[in-house]
Design a protein around this ligand. Structure first.
Ligand code: BGC
Length: 394
C-alpha cells in the first residue's frame, strides 16, 4: 500500500511533492536547466519487523530519477534518457515491498558486511576462527554470500534526504551489532546515494568498528540499459579496464591467482559485446554459467578511476563505472530464470540484467595476498563508486 506522507519533508527541503510513486517508464520528459527543479519525495511503503519503510523519489531535474527504499537501501527504479531524450527505467526490480520480502537475488540492494563469497563460511582473524551461515552453494560447495541470511540488503536503514546546490541525495545509516551474522564487532555504516546535476549516481560508503572485522560493501543493481523489460543484455558492449582477473574454482571461490585476461573470454580491454564469448568452451565460463567473476582493476585502488564502460547500441545509453575499489564483479545474470516477476509483471529471464559490483576481491579474509578487507577500531572504511549516465550517437 502506498500513501503520500511527504508534505512536511518536501516543504522542509523546498521541493515539490507528487503522489506518483511508480510512474510509467519510457515517457519523454522535458528537462529543466534550473537546479531548483531537483526534487525529493517520500511515500510510506509499508513496514518490516515493525519498522516503517519508505520509498523516496530523487529527481535531479536533468534526466536522472531514482526510486530508492530504506529497506535494504534498494534502488527500485532508475530512469535515464536515451539518445533521443526518451526515458526508460534501466534497473530490474519490483513494484511492491511485498515482492522484495518474498525473496529475490539482491535486486538493487546494498550488500554487507561482506559482498561476494567467503569460502565454507569461515575465516580466521587474529588467530580466532569465525563461522558464518552458508547461504549459497555453487557447484555444491557451500559458502557465505553477500553478508549472510540477513545481510544489509534485508535491514531497514535510517534514511535522511539531503539537498545541496548541485546534487540531491539520501543518507542511509545502519548499526550492525557485535556478532551480527557471525561477524565480530559493532559496525556503524553510513552510505550516501547522490544524484548530481551531471547525471551521475554517486555512492559513498563509510564504516567504523569497535573490533577487527571484515568489511566489503557494494551495490547490487541489475542493469539493462535498453530498459528493464527489454530481454537479454547480450548486445550491450562492455569495456573493463583490467588486465587481470581472479579465476575461481567450481564453488566460485578465487584460487588466489591473478590471471592475465589476455587470450581468454575475460578480455574486455576493448569494447566487446557481452554475448560475444559468453558461451565459450572455457572452464571459467562453465563454472560461472557465463560471467560471474572479479576483475582486478588497473590503476591505484583508493583513487577514483574509470573501471568499466557499457553502451547499449539500440538506445545509445552509456554507463561509466568509476570506483576507488580494487575489484569489479561482473555478473551477467546467469541465474535469472524467469521466476522473478518484476515491475509491470515482467518475468526476468536468463541474462536480462547484469551487475557491475565494485568491491574488494571475493574471499579476501582467506587470502592474505589479496588487498585486506579487515577494518580495525580507530580506522574508517571509505569507498566511493559512481555510475555516470551518458548517451552516444548512432
Ligand atoms: C554473484 C552471483 C550471485 C548473484 C545473486 C552476484 O553478486 O556473483 O554468483 O548469483 O550475486 O545472488
Amino acid at each position: 500500500m502506498q500513501r503520500n506522507v511527504t508534505t512536511a519533508i518536501a516543504t522542509a527541503l523546498g521541493c515539490l511533492v507528487a503522489a506518483n510513486p511508480l510512474p510509467a517508464a519510457d515517457t519523454p520528459r522535458a528537462h529543466s536547466e534550473d537546479a531548483s527543479a531537483m526534487t525529493i519525495e517520500r511515500v510510506s511503503w509499508g513496514t518490516v519487523d515493525g519498522h516503517p519503510v519508505d520509498l523516496y523519489t530523487l529527481d535531479n531535474g536533468r534526466g536522472l530519477r531514482m526510486k530508492v527504499t530504506n529497506y535494504g537501501g534498494i534502488v527500485v527504479a532508475l530512469e535515464c534518457p536515451d539518445r533521443d531524450g526518451r526515458m526508460a527505467d534501466v534497473v530490474l526490480g519490483f513494484d511492491r515491498l511485498e515482492d522484495y520480502l518474498a525473496g529475490h537475488p539482491y535486486f538493487g540492494a546494498l550488500i554487507g558486511r561482506y559482498g561476494n563469497r567467503i569460502a565454507a563460511g569461515r575465516f580466521v582473524l587474529d588467530e580466532r576462527e569465525y563461522r558464518l551461515a552458508t547461504n549459497n552453494a555453487p557447484g555444491g560447495r557451500p559458502c557465505a554470500l553477500h553478508g549472510g541470511l540477513k545481510g544489509f540488503d534485508k535491514v531497514v536503514w535510517r534514511a535522511e534526504p539531503l539537498r545541496e546546490p548541485d546534487r540531491i541525495g539520501l543518507r542511509l545509516r545502519h548499526t550492525s551489532p557485535d556478532g551480527d551474522e557471525g561477524y565480530p564487532g559493532r559496525l556503524d555504516v553510513t552510505v550516501h546515494y547522490w544524484l548530481t546535476t551531471d547525471n551521475t549516481w554517486r555512492i559513498t560508503y563509510e564504516a567504523t568498528t569497535d573490533r577487527p572485522t571484515p568489511v566489503n560493501l557494494t551495490q547490487h543493481s541489475y542493469f539493462n540499459l535498453a530498459g528493464h523489460a527489454s530481454g537479454p543484455i547480450l548486445g550491450h558492449v562492455l569495456q573493463i579496464h583490467a588486465d587481470r582477473f581472479t579465476p575461481v574454482d567450481a564453488g566460485l571461490i578465487p584460487t588466489g591467482e591473478l590471471r592475465p585476461v589476455d587470450g581468454t573470454p575475460m578480455d574486455f580491454r576493448r569494447p566487446t559485446p557481452i554475448g560475444a564469448r559468453i558461451d565459450a568452451d572455457d572452464e571459467q565460463i562453465r563454472f560461472g554459467g557465463g560471467y560471474d567473476h572479479n576483475w582486478v582493476l588497473n590503476g591505484p585502488a583508493g583513487t577514483l578511476r574509470l573501471a568499466a564502460v557499457v553502451e547499449e547500441p539500440t538506445t545509445g545509453r552509456r554507463m561509466e563505472v568509476w570506483t576507488t575499489e580494487p575489484g569489479l564483479q561482473f555478473y551477467s545474470g546467469n541465474f535469472l530464470d524467469g521466476s522473478n516477476i518484476g515491475k509491470g509483471r515482467t518475468p526476468y529471464g536468463h541474462r536480462t540484467g547484469f551487475c557491475l559490483e565494485t568491491q574488494h576481491f571475493p574471499d579476501s579474509p582467506n587470502h592474505p595476498e589479496f588487498p585486506s578487507t579487515i577494518l580495525r577500531p580507530g580506522e574508517v572504511y571509505r569507498s566511493q563508486t559512481e555510475y555516470r549516465f551518458r548517451t552516444v550517437g548512432p
